[in-house]
Design a protein around this ligand. Structure first.
Ligand code: GLU
Length: 312
């Protein structure tokens, strides 16, 4: 791995420097060295030393300032979900995190040679924490959209999910048509409401004459379906049980933990959600992260992690 060759180069360079230093300090040692080291080997060693030193110098320039700052800090700070089984899940007793996104974060930290520190984020808080510099990146079921790409960098997608809707069986709702005239709970800062309206228009269950993808606001939409926005998913689940909302809409991976007895998904799944690692726009770290994700997609690492986390 690149990281190893980097350390090997630094180690070799240091060893060569020490040898030279020792040699300079003692004529006897210098003589002995000349005696025992054939000329050809000396040339090889010198060439190796030069290569190692130039590689080490390239390494110094390899990382941009922002990436070097993470390395110097010794900790990569990552925003993750804490209740999305298979992606980002925190065991309430042990406090341990697990899931695909947790493992990817750990691998990024490992590449940089630093520890990893997780911060639980929601759809509403993840970008604020990234913008404020509290976290270095977001690995939190964060869907790549053109609009979001204007504000943050996203890696190549590492997983694709779909949006669906969870309802109480007692509601009798089974499909998109059944949602007409209903109030749907969604998370603020999520793609869910817009995805649902687009799906309902696509299915022909609402006309959507006033729909404009650019200006769509869940709080203002009342044509055929309306939305109640919440800060987190447990609150939406409670609101669904209490009848405050008729349905709960978000990515299927997120809904899984709330899919308890007496609740069902509607028939349709829609709006592919490509998850990417979000980083500060224009940062050197964006390039590093994308390179790593692309590599792990190409060599089957991500496929392996998807299978291990039961996400196939
Ligand atoms: N993945 C969707 C989004 O990024 C749902 C929200 C969430 O990830 O919590 O908007």
């Amino acid at each position: 791995m690149k990281k190893w060759s980097k350390w090997a180069a630094l180690g070799l360079s240091l060893a060569m420097t020490m040898m030279l230093f020792t040699g300079c300090g003692s004529a006897a040692v210098e003589e002995a060295a000349v005696e025992t080291q054939p000329a050809a080997e000396e040339t090889d060693a010198a060439a190796e030393s030069t290569a190692a030193e130039s590689e080490a110098a390239a390494t110094d320039e390899e990382f941009s300032e922002d990436v070097q700052a993470i390395i110097d800090r010794g900790v990569l700070r990552v925003g993750v979900k804490n209740a999305v089984v298979g992606f980002g899940f925190q065991d309430t007793i042990s406090g341990e995190y697990s899931g695909l996104e947790i493992e990817l974060a750990e691998k990024i930290a490992e590449y940089l040679g630093v520890d990893v520190e997780f911060t639980a984020v929601t759809a509403a808080t993840r970008t604020e924490l990234l913008d404020s510099g509290d976290i270095d990146c977001v690995l939190a079921t964060f869907t790549i959209t053109d609009e979001r790409k204007e504000s943050w960098d996203f890696s190549t997608p590492y997983f694709t999910d779909h949006v669906t809707v969870l309802v109480e069986d007692a509601s009798g709702i089974t499909n998109l048509e059944g949602l007409v005239g209903k109030k749907v709970g969604v998370s603020s800062g999520s793609t869910s409401a817009k995805s649902l309206v687009e799906a309902m228009i696509g299915a022909g269950v609402i006309a959507g004459d006033d729909f404009n993808a650019e200006t769509f606001d869940p709080a203002l939409w009342t044509e055929g379906v309306s939305f109640q926005q919440y800060d987190d998913y447990p609150t939406i689940s409670t609101a669904l049980s209490a009848g405050e909302v008729d349905a709960f809409c978000v990515d299927k991976s997120i809904l899984a933990i709330y899919h308890t007895d007496g609740r069902s998904y509607i028939e349709e799944e829609f709006a592919p959600q490509e998850y990417g690692v979000a980083t500060t726009k224009g940062s050197g770290f964006s390039t590093v992260v994308d390179g790593l994700i692309q590599g792990w997609l190409a060599d089957g690492t991500i496929d392996g992690l998807i299978a291990e986390n039961g996400l196939e």
